[in-house]
Write a protein that binds this ligand. Structure first.
Ligand code: NAD
Ligand code: 3PG
Length: 581
C-alpha cells in the first residue's frame, strides 16, 4: 500500500495564523441553536451533532440545495429559510451531473440514482445527500463516504403509510379488488369469477421485522391473522411484545399462507425469493411486496404464478421502475400492481419533507444528523464534553506530521488516550477522525471529516492504532491526555523523537484550552493557539554537564524568514522548528 508522502505543507499561506484560536472549521458551527425534532419524532427532545463537511458556518452565503424529486411544501419552506433551493425534477443523469457541481446538498426520493458519477461530478462541493424516505439503495454509499459526503435519510415519517399500503394490497389482493374494478368498468358483472379468500385465521409471514414490518404485523393481528416473522436481526422481545413468533426463513416459507416483504434491498436480500425459495413455499401462497422489487427474482415469480405455487401477488415495487409496459409480471392476471405508492400519502410526504429538510439543513450547518447513514452519530452531550479534546486531537495530528523529515513516508500512527473512563463510556471515533484530519490535511488536498476519515486513512496506507491507558481516578473528565506517535520516520526536529524512536507529541486540556505538554521526551507547556516554535536549547551554557531542554513558544503570526534566521543564530539554540496549527 502506498504511504502518504513527505510532509511538506501544501499551501502554508492558507493556514490561519491569527492570534485567536480558531475552532476547527468542522466544529465552528456545531454549537449554535440546533434544529428541533418534532415531539412525535422518536428522537424528539434529543439533539444529535455530527462532524460533517460544514458548508457554511453562517448563512450569509447560503448553501445551495438541489431538490431533484417532489418534496412536501413544509420541507421546501424550511429549506428556503436557510438555503438557496433549486427544485429541478426529472433531470437526466447527465443533467444531474452537470448541476451537481453547483450544489452543496442534494435531496432525492427513490427515483434518482445517486451513483459514483454524481459524486465525482460534484468536484467535492456536495456535502450532504438527503434521501426523503427510507430506502437508500439508490445512493452509492461507498462513493459518498469516499467523497466525504454525508448521507442522511428520513427513516420514520413514512413507516405507517408503507404499512397501510401493505395492508391495503393484502386485502385488495385477497378480494380481487383491482381486477373486479377493471371488470365492472369494462361493463361486466362477474360475481363468480372474483370470489376471494379470507384473511382471518390465515398465517402471515412478515419478512423483515423492522419499522414497517412490525406495523404490518400489528395491523394483520387486528384482522385476525396468525402472524409469524423472519428477521435475523430483530430482537425477539420486540416480536414477543406484539405477539409475533420469530421463525427461520425456511419455516416462514413453508407455513405462510401470505408473505409480506419488508426487508431492505442489500446484496444479501437481492433476489431472496427465487426459483429455489418459491419451491419451498406452501402451494397457493400469496405475496405482497412493498419493500423493494429487487428482493424478488421477477422472472421466477412469473414461473411460480404460472406453476400455481403462487396464487397471487400484490406489488408496489419493481426491480426496474417504472417496469416495462409489456412486463409479463405486471400484466399477469393474478398480479395487482401500484406505482411505488407506499410512502405516498399527504401526511407521510409532509412528514418526510420536514424530516429530511431538518436533517439536511442541520448537516450543512455542521450540526446535526440524527439519521446519518454513512457516519457514526455523536450525541450532543458527548460532543460538548469532547469539544476541547477534539481540538487538541486535530492539533496534535498537525504538529506531529509537521515534525516528520522530508523523505519519510507516514504509515504508522499510534494514539494513546490516558483516561479513567471505562471503554464503554469513552468513544474515540471522533478523536481518531480529528487526528487523521490533522495528519492528512496539511500534506494533501483531501478534505477529511468524520464521514471519510477512516476511509481516507486506509486509502493512503496510513495505519492508526489506538490504545487506552487506564488511569485510576475520577472518570468525571473524559480524558487526561492524548499522545500521538508517528513510527518509522525521521524528524526534522531530532528532539521530537522518543526513547523508542517515534516522533511523539502529547497534549492535555487545561481550563478548557488544549496544551502541548510533551515533545519527544521533553516536558513543555504551551497553549495550542496560533502557531508555535519549538527550540532545543542548552539550559545553562558554561555548566557541565550541560542540560538540554525544549522550549515551546506560542506565536500569533508567522515569523519572517529574517526572524527565523536570527533564532537559528542564537548560540544556546541547538535546533528549532516552526509549526503551523
Ligand atoms: N413502498 C414504499 O413506498 C416503501 C415505503 C417505506 C419503506 N419501504 C421499504 O420497506 C423496507 C423496510 O423499511 P423499514 O422502514 O421497515 O426499514 P427497517 O430498517 O426499519 O426494517 C428492515 C428490517 O429488515 C431486516 N432485514 C435485513 N436483512 C434481512 C434479511 N436478510 N431477512 C429478513 N429481514 C432482514 C432488518 O433487520 C430490519 O429489521 C425497505 O426496503 C424500505 O425501502 C418501501
Ligand atoms: O424507501 C422508501 O422510503 C420508500 O420506498 C418511498 O420511496 P419514495 O420516496 O420514492 O416514495
Amino acid at each position: 500500500m502506498a504511504s502518504i508522502g513527505t510532509p511538506t505543507l501544501k499551501n502554508p499561506s492558507s493556514l490561519s495564523l491569527s492570534s485567536k484560536p480558531r475552532l476547527p472549521s468542522v466544529l465552528s458551527a456545531a454549537f449554535p441553536n440546533s434544529l428541533h425534532f418534532p415531539r412525535s419524532h422518536p428522537l424528539g427532545g434529543r439533539r444529535f451533532l455530527i462532524i460533517t463537511a460544514s458548508a457554511a458556518s453562517s448563512f450569509s452565503n447560503k448553501p445551495t440545495v438541489l431538490v431533484a424529486e417532489k418534496l412536501g411544501e413544509a420541507g421546501l419552506e424550511l429549506l428556503k429559510e436557510f438555503t438557496n433551493v433549486d427544485c429541478s425534477y426529472n433531470l437526466s443523469p447527465e443533467e444531474l451531473c452537470t448541476k451537481i457541481s453547483l450544489c452543496d446538498a442534494l435531496i432525492v426520493r427513490s427515483g434518482t440514482k445517486v451513483n459514483r458519477e454524481v459524486f465525482e461530478a460534484s468536484g467535492g462541493r456536495l456535502k450532504v445527500v438527503g434521501r426523503a424516505g427510507v430506502g437508500i439503495d439508490n445512493v452509492d454509499l461507498s462513493a459518498a463516504t469516499e467523497h466525504g459526503c454525508l448521507v442522511v435519510n428520513a427513516p420514520t415519517a413514512n413507516t405507517v403509510a408503507a404499512a397501510e399500503h401493505g395492508i391495503a394490497l393484502l386485502a385488495a389482493m385477497a378480494r380481487n379488488v383491482a381486477q373486479a374494478d377493471a371488470s365492472v368498468k369494462a361493463g361486466k358483472w362477474q360475481r363468480n369469477k372474483y370470489v376471494g379468500v379470507s384473511l382471518v385465521g390465515k398465517t402471515l409471514a412478515v419478512m423483515g421485522f423492522g419499522k414497517v414490518g412490525s406495523e404490518v404485523a400489528r395491523r394483520a393481528k387486528g384482522l385476525g391473522m396468525h402472524v409469524i416473522a423472519h428477521d435475523p436481526y430483530a430482537p425477539a422481545d420486540r416480536a414477543r411484545a406484539i405477539g409475533v413468533e420469530l421463525v427461520s426463513f425456511d419455516e416462514a416459507l413453508a407455513t405462510a399462507d401470505f408473505i409480506s416483504l419488508h426487508m431492505p434491498l442489500t446484496p444479501a436480500t437481492n433476489k431472496m425469493l427465487n426459483d429455489e425459495t418459491f419451491a419451498k413455499m406452501k402451494k397457493g401462497v400469496r405475496i405482497v411486496n412493498v419493500a423493494r422489487g429487487g428482493v424478488i427474482d421477477e422472472e421466477a415469480l412469473v414461473r411460480a404464478l404460472d406453476d400455481g405455487i403462487v396464487a397471487q401477488a400484490a406489488l408496489d415495487v419493481f426491480s426496474q421502475e417504472p417496469p416495462k409496459p409489456d412486463s409479463k409480471l405486471v400484466q399477469h392476471e393474478r398480479v395487482t400492481v401500484t406505482p411505488h405508492l407506499g410512502a405516498s400519502t399527504m401526511e407521510a410526504q409532509e412528514g418526510v419533507a420536514i424530516e429530511i429538510a431538518e436533517a439536511v439543513v442541520g448537516a450543512l450547518k455542521g450540526e446535526l444528523a440524527a439519521t446519518a447513514v454513512n457516519a457514526p452519530m455523536v450525541p450532543a452531550e458527548v460532543l460538548t464534553e469532547l469539544k476541547p479534546y477534539v481540538e487538541l486531537a486535530e492539533k496534535l495530528g498537525r504538529l506531529a506530521v509537521q515534525l516528520v523529515a522530508g523523505g519519510s513516508g507516514v504509515k504508522t500512527v499510534k494514539v494513546s488516550y490516558a483516561t479513567s473512563r471505562a471503554p464503554d463510556d469513552f468513544d474515540t471515533r471522533l478523536l481518531r477522525a480529528m487526528i487523521t484530519k490533522g495528519i492528512i490535511e496539511p500534506i494533501s488536498s483531501v478534505f477529511v471529516n468524520l464521514v471519510n476519515a477512516d476511509f481516507t486513512a486506509k486509502q493512503r496506507g496510513l495505519r492508526i492504532t489506538e490504545e487506552r491507558v487506564h488511569l485510576d481516578g475520577s472518570p468525571e473528565s473524559p480524558l487526561e491526555s492524548i499522545q500521538v506517535q508517528i513510527a518509522n520516520v525521521e524528524s526534522k526536529f531530532a528532539s521530537a523523537m522518543s526513547e523508542s524512536g517515534e516522533i511523539r507529541v502529547e497534549g492535555r486540556v487545561k481550563d478548557g484550552v488544549p496544551h502541548l505538554t510533551k515533545v519527544g521526551s521533553f516536558e513543555v507547556d504551551v497553549s495550542l493557539e496560533g502557531s508555535i516554535i519549538l527550540c532545543r536549547q542548552v539550559d545553562q551554557p558554561g555548566l557541565l554537564p550541560r542540560k538540554h531542554a525544549v522550549m515551546a513558544i506560542g506565536v500569533d503570526d508567522q515569523p519572517s524568514m529574517e526572524s527565523l534566521k536570527r533564532i537559528g543564530e542564537v548560540p544556546a539554540i541547538e535546533e528549532f522548528v516552526f509549526l503551523k496549527l
